[in-house]
Design a binder for this molecule. Structure first.
Ligand code: TMP
Length: 214
């Protein structure tokens, strides 16, 4: 199989309001212009079944205990991997996923204080051992990010944000700690990128790392 036929798995992570959805789209456009076939997807979600789980998880009226929250993220992941991501990688596509296993370590591990060993085990099972070649972590001050996310929610959806966005700044600070500690542990895979003054400036920084995995 030639190099161009090999699938590449890239994940984008970041705090609330870090602009990771915008960055995923810019990445998709960039890679499409290079002639690659792209699957842009997200977790939790991607497939019909997993989008259903996403609705339950993000609804502000849901009240899951931490362990059920963890299981639902993993349930959505297993479905998404088997139905969507793994076949796309096998077909040679570049898969760009907005959030993945590092989010579970950060949110359920550092945010909810669940056992990291259990999380790592479930991550391994739910991904069928498939891991990203490159993970971009968009780093933003949680307080700043949250207020950005909230303004967008109000403007576009007239809402006060999803269930996780409504968590305290303290929770989101712990999430950030989780991401940074993961990045320290896996410096080859996870690249920390500070969000810049404009999306295009941030995109330019991401591209530096991207070219190395293409
Ligand atoms: P987002 O698509 O806006 O990032 O929403 C997904 C939310 O779910 C976000 O607040 C992060 C959270 N999340 C977890 O808590 N654990 C996970 O494993 C994943 C994938 C997301």
């Amino acid at each position: 199989m030639g190099k161009m036929n090999k699938g590449i798995f890239i994940t984008i992570e970041g705090g609330e309001g870090s602009g990771k959805t915008t960055q995923s789209r810019l990445l998709k456009d960039y890679l499409e212009n290079l002639g690659r076939e792209i699957l842009l997807t997200r977790e939790p979600g991607g497939t019909v079944f997993a989008e259903g789980i996403r609705k339950i998880l993000l609804s502000p009226t849901s009240r899951p205990v931490p362990l059920s929250e963890l299981f639902l993220y993993e349930a959505a992941r297993a479905q998404h991997m088997e139905e969507f991501v793994i076949p796309a990688l096998k077909a040679g596509k570049v898969v760009i996923c907005d959030r993945f296993t590092d989010a579970t370590v950060a949110y359920q591990g550092y945010g909810r204080n669940l056992d990291l060993k259990l999380i790592n085990l479930l991550n391994k099972k739910a991904t069928f051992g498939v891991s990203p070649k490159l993970t971009v972590y968009l780093d933003i001050d949680p307080k700043k990010g949250l207020s950005k996310a909230k303004i967008l929610d109000k403007e576009f959806y007239g809402s006060d944000g999803d269930r996780i966005e409504r968590e305290s700044v303290l929770f989101h600070n712990n999430v950030r700690k989780g991401y940074l500690s993961q990045a320290k542990k896996c410096p080859k895979r996870i690249k920390v990128i500070k969000t810049q003054s404009t999306p295009l400036k941030t995109h330019a920084l991401i591209r530096k790392y991207l070219d190395a995995v293409l």
